[in-house]
Design a protein around this ligand. Structure first.
Ligand code: MG
Length: 160
């Protein structure tokens, strides 16, 4: 068995008039991620971590934002497609860990629901998925809730 680590990153602006969907759940918040799809930066970063660990392509190549098929796409569908490709490679998901940096929605209130949502999408136990929210201390481009940046790391076990 081979263990492989993957790292993903994503960032989206948070704007008025967009549903706030993060980690596959709808959050009651006046702004939401701007994007070609639903803008779920958490699932995008996670999908890129999974693809990276599996040695597959990246999310932007698999689901280009120039393709009208993915306009307004539910990112849970994109993640399901990524999981299918990872499993087809013979890989099992060991765990993932996610950091969400934003001054938009308060992530702490939604951590438990996000962990359950993501665990369900990945087909793993909740204890294999961790989610943390971080403030950006009022600094930089994300200050004041202008956006959300996400880092995700995952571990895959590849059978021989
Ligand atoms: Mg994205």
């Amino acid at each position: 068995m081979q263990l492989r680590v993957g790292l993903g990153f994503d960032v989206h602006r948070l704007v008025a008039g967009r549903p706030c969907v993060l980690g596959g759940i709808a959050i009651d918040h006046p702004t939401g991620p701007l994007g070609h799809s639903d803008g779920d930066a958490v699932l995008h970063a996670l999908a890129d971590a999974l693809l990276g660990a599996a040695g597959l392509d990246d999310l932007g190549t698999l689901f280009p934002d120039s393709d009208p098929r993915w306009k307004g796409a539910d990112s849970r569908r994109l993640l399901a497609e990524v999981c299918a490709r990872v499993r087809a490679r013979g890989a099992a998901i060991v765990n993932c860990d996610i950091v969400i940096a934003t001054e938009g929605p308060r992530i702490a209130r939604h951590r438990a629901a996000m962990r359950e949502s993501i665990a369900g999408l990945l087909g793993v136990g909740v204890d294999a998925v961790n989610v943390k929210g971080k403030s950006v201390e009022g600094m930089g481009a994300l200050a004041g809730g202008a956006g959300v940046a996400v880092q995700a790391v995952c571990l895959l076990a590849l059978g021989s």
